[in-house]
Design a protein around this ligand. Structure first.
Ligand code: PEP
Length: 249
């Protein structure tokens, strides 16, 4: 059975003290849940986050990594560095990385391959922009993103992949895809994977929805058959909001 997951992407927010405080609150109030709960603090606070959450079931993710092993790549972080401090999952392909840091499908294919080779789990983000949806191209765009970055993987790699469908027009905008729009796209994603690989791989992969998920809309979105949880931005920075979303699964 595929995992249910609620993950918080903290982006460039929270200094060390704020990170410790939020983690302490989350772990103290975490409800009994069937979902995996994950958070992605900034790089500088990852190591401390792993320590703080040592006796918690909350997992720590990184927001990015480089595809090279090591070397002259100023400002970058390798897969081995993440594993070395106890981080086991990395977010790749977030729309902000694509939009502001020029990350392409081709670059992301290299990052995904390196992360998997090293034994990291990958939370792969993708989704269409507003003009692409308005033009009716959203299915094609999503299919191309998946194909370019993931469809060279072998069958066994898929057990280390989590997908996060995040329509760019819904990220940080307060605009959410309707539960029906999310379900329609998630079903399409599963069908696309089934055609490229197999029904069992498509059935087993968790597909999260991301884009302005809040306590007041999470339950309806999570109730859809092909939605296995959420990647949460803004609402993951407030303990009670994030925990309410965890409770909605
Ligand atoms: C995100 O950045 O992955 C995200 C979904 O953000 P928000 O929840 O703020 O829309």
């Amino acid at each position: 059975m595929r995992s249910k997951i609620v993950a918080g992407n903290w982006k460039m927010n929270k200094n060390l003290e704020e990170t410790e405080k939020l983690l302490a609150e989350l772990s103290a109030k975490l409800p009994n849940t069937e979902a995996e709960v994950m958070v992605a603090p900034t790089f500088v606070n990852l190591s401390r986050s792993v320590q703080v959450l040592e006796s918690s079931t909350i997992q720590v993710m990184a927001q990015n990594m480089h595809f090279e092993e090591s070397g002259a790549f100023t400002g970058e972080i390798s897969a081995d560095m993440l594993l070395n401090i106890g981080v086991e999952t990395v977010i790749l392909g977030h729309s902000e990385r694509r939009a502001y840091f020029g990350e392409t499908d081709e670059l992301l294919a290299k990052k995904v391959a390196k992360a998997l080779e090293k034994g990291l789990r990958v939370m792969f983000c993708f989704g269409e922009e507003l003009d692409e949806r308005k033009a009716g191209n959203h299915f094609k765009v999503v299919e191309t993103q998946l194909k370019n970055a993931l469809f060279s993987l072998d069958n066994s790699s898929w057990s280390s992949i989590v997908l996060a469908y995040e329509p760019v027009w819904a990220i940080g905008t307060g605009e959410t895809a309707s539960p029906e729009q999310a379900q329609e796209m998630h079903a399409f994603i599963r069908k696309t994977i089934a055609e490229a690989y197999s029904n069992s791989i498509a059935d087993e992969v968790s597909i999260l929805y991301g884009g302005s998920v809040k306590p007041n809309n999470a339950q309806e979105i999570f109730s859809k058959t092909d939605v296995d949880g959420g990647l949460i931005g803004g609402a993951s920075l407030v303990a009670d909001d994030f925990l309410a979303i965890v409770n909605a699964i």
